[in-house]
Design a protein around this ligand. Structure first.
Ligand code: T46
Length: 140
């Protein structure tokens, strides 16, 4: 499945925003707002100016990336097509299917990238070499 996933399988999901005079709240629930069960949450923060993250793909992992604060860009690559998404709203998340190369950059000062992931951390699920990724995607 991840071999044939494309950047067009990924989309920005607009989450419910409950507005309140004391501030807003957004809720994400398993298999409701997102098409997978959340097994792990982590977040990237204190990212130095000009730094980039990612530069890898996952065999199986699915994720939702949210700019919980600030903004950043996510470029997805399926070996044929690249698409860049800007995340800058805490009520929007980028759903990323498995089998796609991703790079994150243009982090604004103080930005926080919150990630909801379908599985626990497993280094064996990573493809960290771009040529290996291209071979994987082109290998029927
Ligand atoms: C992704 C982007 C958005 C752990 O020990 N546990 C974890 O759950 C994670 C995510 C990382 N780590 C360790 C492994 C490395 O020694 O933290 C270090 C940095 O990890 P990585 O190079 O994977 O970090 P990023 O920010 O480049 O990528 C991460 C996710 O791995 C990736 O799936 O999409 O955030």
């Amino acid at each position: 499945m991840s071999k044939i996933s494309s950047v067009y399988d990924c989309t920005i999901i607009t989450l419910d925003r409950h507005q309140h005079e004391k501030g807003n709240i957004t809720v994400v629930q398993n298999n409701k707002e997102i098409p997978f069960e959340i097994d792990r949450v982590y977040y990237l923060y204190d990212i130095p100016g000009g730094e980039s993250r990612g530069a890898h793909a996952h065999y199986d992992l699915e994720q939702l990336l949210v700019a919980a604060s600030g903004s950043f860009d996510v470029t997805l690559d399926d070996g044929n097509v690249k698409r860049t998404f800007t995340l800058n709203r805490p009520y929007q998340g980028l759903y990323i299917k498995s089998g796609l190369w991703r790079e994150l950059d243009n982090f604004s000062s103080g930005s926080v990238c919150m990630v909801l992931a379908s599985a626990k951390y497993d280094e064996k699920d990573y493809i960290r070499d771009y040529d290996s990724f291209i071979s994987y995607k082109s290998d029927e």
